[in-house]
Design a protein around this ligand. Structure first.
Ligand SMILES: [Zn+2]
Length: 222
């Protein structure tokens, strides 16, 4: 039996608004003050940096609710140092919301990573994908040894998450939080769309002690 793509033909512009009403009814049935409480403000302990892929929604795959995860998503869950969007989200999450964890979540079978591994020209997006090619270059020796293309792509997915965790740690936003003694951990996860399971890449970082010297900001003078 060949794999079938999830049927989305019933999803229309109108059906989304009907879905919204069902969401309201369901939420109020559980808690009549549901929206009043949410409207009072947010205090999410987590910032999620994930892929824009429709199959990897932060809340659903972690069984969390509105108000519990602050989310930034882009193609292939990248942390690019000139990306004002990502930096603004990170700054707000760390310095205003005071999140305790930032999680970069990639996923196996990522279209962005697959595109970056090919030699095809896709247009504007090539400028974004080049950052993934840079990750490949760092780990080329290891990746080139993997003969199975599917396996090689999945390994690059994992290494891309690891590198983007390092990229987060290098930002002045994260390093300043650490030097101020703020509780903040940065983590890397990879989600399997095939099984629904999250793999922790084991690169959780809570300080800049193991960071390459050139990226490290010295602590402010006492
Ligand atoms: Zn993806």
């Amino acid at each position: 039996m060949c794999a079938q793509i999830h049927d989305t033909t019933h999803i229309t512009y109108e059906s989304l608004l009907e879905g919204n009403q069902k969401f309201i009814d369901k939420s109020l049935a559980l808690d009549p003050q549901y929206f009043e409480k949410l409207a009072n403000g947010q205090k999410p302990p987590i910032l999620w940096i994930g892929c824009a892929d429709s199959r990897v929604p932060a809340n659903q795959i972690t069984n969390t609710q509105p108000g519990e995860i602050f989310v930034h998503r882009n193609i292939a869950n990248m942390v690019i140092h000139t990306d004002m969007n990502m930096l603004s989200v990170l700054d707000y999450a760390v310095n205003v919301l005071k999140v305790k964890h930032v999680i970069v979540t990639g996923h196996y079978g990522c279209g962005g990573v697959m595109a970056a591994m090919s030699n095809k020209e896709f247009g504007l997006i090539d400028n974004w994908l080049r950052h993934i090619k840079d990750v490949y270059r760092i780990y080329a020796e290891q990746l080139d040894r993997i003969t199975d293309e599917h396996e090689r792509t999945n390994r690059l997915v994992e290494l891309n998450v690891v590198e983007n965790v390092y990229n987060l740690c290098k930002t002045s936003i994260v390093q300043n939080a650490w030097s101020a003694g703020q509780e903040l951990a940065v983590h890397g996860w990879v989600y399997s769309i095939e099984t629904g399971k999250i793999k922790d890449m084991g690169v959780s970082t809570r300080n800049n002690e193991n960071m390459d010297e050139v990226f490290r900001f010295s602590p402010p003078a006492p």
